[in-house]
Design a protein around this ligand. Structure first.
Ligand SMILES: NC(=O)c1ccc[n+]([C@@H]2O[C@H](COP(=O)([O-])OP(=O)(O)OC[C@H]3O[C@@H](n4cnc5c(N)ncnc54)[C@H](OP(=O)(O)O)[C@@H]3O)[C@@H](O)[C@H]2O)c1
Length: 491
């Protein structure tokens, strides 16, 4: 259950970038969901900051902008009262003048929790923090939220962390990776550490390999310019995919306290076998989509998308064969894969268990495969355990694979909260377990950097794939050449 903040008498969320894409699609809809659910106390306020004047700050106009993204689309009548919680400030948050205007709009009392949500490009995180501090806006009860990706490599990430660290103590800094707020991702901990049947077999003795896939059907939308300078490795692997890998691979933490969990995740990141030099060529695949059809709709190639520079060789797809070099995971491949304009929207973790040591059934009785646990992160969140089961009837011992299916929607009701709803709650309360610590972010960059450097050095162009497929052929090879197949090829 999502905790309420009604017991927190007053708090202010200052969204620097309050008119931007993230604010419109995620932050404001999540806050509105809490408003509709009655979770917000009377003193909860939102301050939306942007450089441009918000064109038409009236509730009808704003509702039209955010309503496609809200969970309670039938709650239009409650938007006017939510709108009353919002103040709009036109200011450049990197300047002394602008920051003074922002701070002047805030409650001066330190009793009121103050959260600065930096929904802007990471390049200005440092200057914004310095300016807010200079304007007297940062007190002991203030926090700052940094969006991902934090920088574009290890050096820039360190520079941002240093600059923000000049103003805020580490426990006041919340580095967000919204995957950690997803219900199924949090459930991974419960699945592993509250169910004895899994934890005992959660190791190399019983697990053959792990697959983590984040497949999107969408292209770059209106974010072509941003994406073209990021690419799939920085946009998805460095943060979301490695965070999922950490939760799958980590040792049981001593508690759910932030540092206990984050210490264990950090150990996983530090145990990832570095992929460097020629190993990058054999252990990674980078791809880029060409024109094709995604679920029946013809879509352009990446180079035809708005905001994209065809001279840049940005990847929209990555797959990686990784290893976690520790006792638990010795010899178990972890296959990571993410891409845009793929065959379907699917984020999942597949735990492929080993086969039984001896096959009692004659050839042809059924597939000789191990059990498979599929954790569906999105859409249709849930867990499937694929078992071999006898086909009823007089066919001898003929059997096939069939899933035990725990769908969250049918078990707990349709209306699962969005990840941002959970994370906004936690940061108002100062709970940082589901946020990334500085050393985690930097360890993830350290692992990714030799990969991007090798790609840049060799100048090998990204492999093309037709939009609507499962990526370049080489991605299937990456898995097939070590005797495995991607989940969808095996269904
Ligand atoms: N959009 C997503 O789905 C998404 C997902 C994950 C992470 N993120 C991260 O979230 C951040 C924001 O992304 P976005 O897509 O929302 O970007 P965006 O649409 O370009 O919005 C950026 C916002 O920041 C404001 N801004 C820029 N400089 C400012 C300054 N000096 N002072 C005050 N306001 C300033 C802009 O206002 P003006 O236009 O008036 O300058 C605009 O409202 C980025 O770090 C991105 O990587 C975005």
């Amino acid at each position: 259950m999502i905790p309420h903040y009604v017991d927190i008498p007053g708090f202010e969320i200052v969204v620097i970038g309050g008119g931007g894409d993230l604010a419109t699609r995620k932050i404001l809809p999540a806050l509105f969901a809490h408003h509709v659910s009655g979770h917000l106390s009377a003193g909860a306020r939102v301050i939306a900051v942007s450089r441009r004047a918000i064109a038409d700050p009236d509730p009808e106009h704003m509702w039209r902008q955010i309503s496609p993204y809200v969970r309670h689309s039938d709650a239009a009548d409650q938007f006017a009262s939510f709108f009353e919680r919002i103040s709009f400030v036109q200011a450049d948050a990197t300047t002394a003048d602008g920051s003074k205007r922002i701070v002047a709009a805030l409650d001066p009392s330190e009793q009121v929790r103050r959260v600065f949500y930096l929904a802007t490009a990471p390049a200005i995180f440092g200057p914004v923090c310095a300016a807010l501090s200079g304007a007297g806006g940062v007190h002991a009860n203030a926090a700052v939220v940094l969006e991902k990706p934090l920088g574009h490599d290890l050096e820039s990430s360190r520079a941002i962390n240093d600059a923000v660290g000049e103003v805020f103590a580490e426990e006041q800094i919340f580095r967000i990776d919204h995957y950690l707020g997803k219900e199924t991702v949090q459930n991974l901990m419960v699945l592993r550490f509250a169910n004895a049947i899994f934890e005992r077999i959660w190791r190399a003795d019983d697990i053959d390999h792990v697959q983590i896939t984040a497949a999107e059907t969408i292209g770059v939308g209106t974010r072509g310019q941003y994406y073209d300078h990021a690419g799939a490795l920085r946009d998805m692997v460095q943060n979301h995919l490695l965070q999922l890998l950490c939760l799958v691979a980590m040792e049981p933490p001593s508690s759910l306290e932030p540092d206990a969990v984050r210490d264990e995740k950090l150990k996983v990141l530090r145990s990832l076998r570095p992929i460097t030099g020629g190993d990058v060529d054999s252990h990674t695949v980078r791809g880029r989509y060409e024109q094709g059809a995604v679920q029946g709709e013809v879509v352009p190639g990446y180079h035809e998308e708005a905001g994209v520079d065809p001279a840049r060789d940005t990847e929209t797809f990555v797959s990686i064969r990784a290893h976690v070099d520790n006792w638990r995971w010795s010899g178990v491949p972890f296959f990571l894969r993410t891409g845009k304009r793929l065959w379907e929207r699917r984020t999942e973790i597949v735990i492929q268990f080993k086969r039984v040591p001896h096959n009692l059934f004659r050839d042809g009785a059924g597939p000789q495969v191990g059990n498979r646990l599929v954790i569906r992160v999105q859409p249709d969140e849930g867990i499937e355990l694929h078992m071999l089961t006898k086909i009823p009837g007089p066919g001898g011992m003929k059997h096939r694979r069939a899933p035990l299916n725990l769908s969250f929607a049918s078990t707990f009701g349709e209306d699962l909260p969005d990840a941002y709803e959970r994370l906004l709650m936690d940061l108002v309360r100062g709970k940082s377990t589901l946020f990334m610590r500085r050393d985690e972010v930097e360890a993830a960059w350290s692992w990714c950097e030799p990969i991007s450097q090798r790609w840049a050095q060799t100048g090998q162009p990204a492999k093309s794939y037709v939009a609507g497929t499962s990526g370049p052929v080489a991605s299937a090879d990456l898995v097939n050449e070590v005797g495995r197949v991607w989940n969808e090829d095996d269904e």
